[in-house]
Design a protein around this ligand. Structure first.
Ligand SMILES: Nc1nc2c(ncn2[C@@H]2O[C@H](COP(=O)(O)OP(=O)(O)OP(=O)(O)O)[C@@H](O)[C@H]2O)c(=O)[nH]1
Ligand SMILES: [Mg+2]
Length: 288
């Protein structure tokens, strides 16, 4: 059963009983809110229901949307005209960085927010990663700036920014390696990449997006912790939302780390990317 159906089933009764509240906490934990957040949300919900004299499940469900709404935070990271925009895709192995890089470059050139995009093969760790990005470049008719496997990712980003400037492109979308580092290594590497891009890009035109797989639950929260300890993350991209019936993750990451969500991806095709719409997301999550 989909998560929203389970919420609807649980909060479908005419009068909420004591153990319904406990079951609601459990269900929200399963929905990837995490135990502390789920507990706090239901405590607040009970208070709100008491205040408003709401005793039925359906009423509680719509008040729950009100309790969660402050944590459904979105951010717009569209390219800003008048200069070169750089987007760095960050995240651990297999979450969808390369795919999302291509989706974003396509989205923004297709809708006219960028006139010309360059893809940067900043994942120099795996040869296949470079080929994967080159294939996207061929399909989308975009230049891919790459070096050989094992080369310095910073040098690739540097080249990509230079090439974009030389060609009059207004967007660079840069892939990065998703290998699991020790925390210290990750921090050092990200700081280096960050410095290289920041020195050559307007502050407001440079975005770092953290890609997380919606099916990995609380693991994604830990990934967000580690990455945001290294660099400032501007926004989250939630991938594989198609295969996950839950998805309270965006709420949990916003609550714990203050990171808003930029996009939701729900498939492997280029078009399977949508701006994060908090109200719609909450309605879907809660089955309103
Ligand atoms: N169903 C679904 N699959 C996705 C989505 N985004 C990416 N994928 C798939 O997930 C797999 C991994 O995607 P990649 O883009 O290669 O992920 P990555 O983060 O670049 O992986 P590494 O380079 O190995 O770190 C691929 O098979 C993608 O097609 C999505 O939103 N939904
Ligand atoms: Mg990749």
């Amino acid at each position: 059963m989909r998560f929203s159906d389970r919420i609807r089933a649980l909060l479908g009764m005419s009068v909420m009983r004591d153990d319904d509240w406990d079951n609601l906490v459990d269900l929200l934990v399963e929905g990837d809110l995490g135990p502390a957040f789920a507990d706090a949300a239901v405590t607040e919900l009970q208070k709100l229901c008491a205040q408003e004299g709401v005793r039925d499940g359906a009423g509680a469900r719509s008040l729950l949307a009100r309790v969660l709404a402050p944590h459904a935070r979105s951010v717009r990271v569209e390219p800003i005209p008048g200069g070169l925009n750089v987007v760095l895709m960050l995240g651990v192995n297999g979450v969808g960085k390369t795919t999302t890089a291509a989706k974003l470059a396509r989205l923004w050139t297709a809708n006219g927010l960028a006139s010309k995009a360059v893809l940067a093969a900043g994942d120099t760790f795996r040869a296949a990663a470079i080929d994967q990005l080159k294939l996207h470049g061929q399909r989308l008719g975009m230049r891919v700036v790459a070096q050989t496997q094992g080369s310095d990712a910073g040098a690739v980003l540097y080249d990509a920014v230079e090439a974009a400037a030389a060609e009059g492109a207004d967007l660079v979308v840069a892939d990065t390696a998703g290998r699991m580092h020790t925390k210290q290594n990750l921090i050092r590497e990200l700081e280096k990449l960050d410095k290289i891009v920041a020195a050559r890009t307007d502050r407001e035109r440079y975005r770092k997006l953290l890609v997380v797989d919606a099916t990995t639950g609380q693991n994604a929260l830990r990934q967000a912790e580690v990455f945001s300890a290294a660099v400032k993350i501007d926004g989250l991209v939630l991938t594989k939302y198609d295969s996950s019936a839950r998805g309270g993750l965006a709420l949990a990451i916003a609550r714990d780390l203050g990171i808003p969500t930029a996009f939701i991806c729900d498939g492997e095709a280029y078009g399977d990317i949508k701006p994060f719409e908090p109200e719609r997301y909450l309605s879907e999550f809660l089955g309103l």
